[in-house]
Ligand binder design. Structure first.
Ligand code: AMP
Length: 143
């Protein structure tokens, strides 16, 4: 299984915002959409960064409530690890474990085409393992 099979199930919609949007606006969108991260894009659509709930907590602890008026471009992670639709579930698990983050935007031919969260990866990994167990049981039963 790969990222393309995850996107087939969850769809290609990605929550995005611009670097000038305030942390307050970002926090509201995270809460409204019940998600943990938003991809920050330039006007041309290229990925400029990613902001997660953890970044907002860090900014609040450093700046107090004044953090809410900061532009997200000042707080986001700019060095974003992305994947493409052919990346495998195993590769995604390794990237997320090594990088200690739970979201990876999917970029195909320079365009943002989706986002994969650790929840998506674990769900598909379990499905993959269950399929292997079923195939093994069938093989043993008929062998
Ligand atoms: P998360 O686990 O996604 O809440 O993110 C934890 C930290 O990693 C935050 O500082 C994020 O900005 C950062 N982060 C999240 N996703 C990525 C990514 N794909 N590449 C680089 N940094 C990321």
């Amino acid at each position: 299984m790969n990222v393309s099979s995850i996107l087939k199930v969850k769809g290609k919609s990605v929550a995005t915002a611009g670097p000038e949007d305030t942390l307050e606006a970002i926090a509201k969108r995270l809460a409204e959409r019940r998600i943990g991260a938003i991809v920050i894009v330039e006007e041309g659509g290229q990925v400029a960064g990613i902001i997660s709930e953890r970044d907002i907590i860090r900014a609040l602890s450093q700046n107090g409530s004044g953090a809410l008026v900061l532009p997200v471009g000042e707080v986001m992670t700019k060095d974003v690890m992305t994947c493409n639709e052919t990346s495998t579930i195993d590769q995604m698990m390794a990237v997320m474990t090594q990088g200690r983050f739970r979201h990876v935007p999917v970029v195909q031919d320079g365009a943002l085409v989706g986002i994969v969260s650790i929840g998506d990866v674990v769900k598909h990994h379990i499905a993959e393992v269950e399929m292997e167990v079923t195939a093994m049981r069938d093989y043993l039963a008929t062998g």
